[in-house]
Design a protein around this ligand. Structure first.
Ligand code: NAD
Length: 479
């Protein structure tokens, strides 16, 4: 049975699309068609932005409600998301190959958690009053920026959507979401949840489509704020448009993070956390630490530990609860990853696990480990976005810092050590937006984002809410 939608969620109702064009959804495990949605056209983006604009400009509408009232709708939204949690996880796994055990955490659990978190952040918030240094005082008010365009990728589609829309909605913005064409069925289910929660018309609109449609949305005159997660190349182009328009933009882009194994680490003892930080979601997460820096004094032993890990991962049907690794999202992505594996070999890297395809159908690539990788090798510099780890030797901590920081990216990172204080000291030396000690988890309260080519701005935490607000100072008692 396939899941097929014929209408788009615009202005609080299911509306006929402007054209008859559709986006087919293909299973990466079976290569069979599992559903379809209408493909948004420019006229649909115009309708979505107009609906969001009208909702935002309504003087008694969403943007002007107090935080408590918005939080009540968001609490109902969280309940409706939870009620659809298992279906959301199944749809995501079926579309992008994410192991279902992971989809249940990231894709069904996390969105509702974020909606509740940001709802409660605004529920009782009051204006801040700051005593002045020059006499008088200032009332600092926060108001929603306006219509927010949220453009998301396919790899963790629901969690990434909610990094944007949970704070945007809590702040009082209205939203036009453009999901990636590979993962649309989950976005439509999310729209059903919003509708069932009583989200007012126009507050949340969904228009699926490809990069041209995304670019059209970014430059649309009715949009006040852009939030994008995706590749660095697309981020650069979006930043150019937003720069020209002086339009606020948050960019979460690519990564090539380092896992620095210190000489006292018990990597075998932490192997589950290490898997989570390096190979999760079939290697398709932006912050994964795919450059493993190992001390030369323990190099062979660490290569063996990681090789054993890669060889014991259960690769297969993403819908099976025992699966540790599913297929890559598309044939194009598999070809790209295979190109990097060939480049790694050509540069002189030694494959100690994997290196080929798995299974006779679907876009599976074996978990792959390269030893004898040097920092200048292509596979140590470029984001692969697949299950390929490079193990690079270093001689002392200063060299490890230099290699870890010698990257065009700066999004994630991990330090592995028996001494957490030493790990925290080392983490401060890593040039990156986030670093974990003996593991890596994006906590809702902790700001997440990158430096250098990994983007600008932060999501999550109070910083994630501030990205959707204008701050205004009202000077009082000024003489
Ligand atoms: P992509 O940039 O091709 O596409 C991402 C989304 O942007 C899709 O919805 C796409 O349709 C749209 N898009 C593409 N070009 C656009 C443009 N010029 N203007 C407007 N919209 C455009 O990325 P992808 O290959 O689908 O996703 C993988 C990339 O995303 C990787 O580089 C990965 O590191 C990055 N990513 C980053 C984070 C993060 O938080 N930093 C999280 C997940 C993925």
């Amino acid at each position: 049975m396939t899941i097929d939608y014929t209408d788009l969620y615009l202005g609080g109702r299911w509306a006929a699309p402007a054209t008859g064009s559709i986006i087919p959804v293909i299973s990466p495990s079976t290569e069979e068609r599992i559903g379809s949605v209408p493909e948004g056209a420019e006229a649909d983006v115009d309708a979505a932005v107009a609906a969001a604009r009208t909702a935002f400009d309504d003087p008694s509408g969403w943007a002007h409600w107090d935080g408590k009232r918005r939080a009540e709708v968001l609490a109902r939204f969280a309940e409706e998301l939870q009620a659809r949690g298992e279906e959301t996880a199944t749809r995501v796994s079926s579309q992008n190959g994410m192991p279902i055990s992971l989809a249940r955490q990231f894709e069904s659990g996390f969105p509702a958690m974020l909606v509740q978190y940001y709802g409660s952040m605004v529920a009782d918030r009051e204006d801040e009053i700051r005593p002045g240094m020059l006499g008088g005082s200032t009332v600092v008010t926060r108001s929603p920026i306006g219509v927010a365009a949220a453009i998301v990728p396919w790899n963790v589609p629901q969690a990434i959507t909610f990094l944007k829309i949970a704070p945007a909605l809590a702040a009082g913005c209205t939203v036009v979401l453009k999901p990636a064409p590979e993962t649309v069925l989950d976005a439509f289910l999310m729209a059903e949840a919003a509708h069932a929660a009583g989200m007012p018309p126009g507050v949340l609109n969904v228009v699926p489509g490809g990069r041209e449609l995304g670019a059209y949305l970014v430059r649309h005159p009715g949009v006040d704020k852009v939030s994008f997660t995706g590749s660095t190349a697309a981020g650069r182009s979006i930043a150019q448009t937003c720069g020209e328009l002086l339009r606020p933009v948050t960019l979460e882009l690519g990564g090539k993070s380092a896992a620095v194994v210190l000489d006292d680490a018990n990597l075998a003892g932490d192997i589950e956390s290490f898997f989570g930080a390096t190979l999760l979601n079939n290697g398709q997460i932006c912050w994964l630490c795919t450059r493993v820096l190992a001390p030369a004094s323990r190099y062979d032993e660490i290569v063996d530990t990681i090789t054993d890990l890669a060889k014991t991962i259960t690769v297969g049907d993403p819908l099976s609860p025992d699966t540790g690794m599913g297929p890559l999202v598309s044939a194009r992505q598999r070809d790209r990853v295979e190109g990097y594996i060939a480049a790694g070999r050509a540069d002189g890297g030694r494959v100690t696990a994997g290196g080929g395809r798995a299974g006779d159908r679907g876009w599976f690539v074996e978990p792959t480990v390269f030893a004898d990788v040097r920092p200048e090798h292509t596979i140590a510099r470029e984001e692969i976005f697949g299950p390929v780890l490079s193990v690079i030797p270093y001689t002392d901590e200063d060299e490890a810092v230099a290699v870890a920081n010698g990257s065009d990216y700066g999004l994630g990172g991990t330090v592995w050590t028996a001494d957490p204080d030493r790990g925290a000291r080392f983490a401060r030396r890593i040039a990156s937006g986030t670093v974990g000690v003996n593991g890596y988890t994006n906590d809702p309260t902790a700001p997440f984002g990158g430096i250098k080519n990994s983007g600008m701005g932060r999501e999550l935490g109070p910083e994630g809410l501030a990205a959707y607000e204008n701050v205004k100072s009202i000077y009082l008692d000024v003489r």
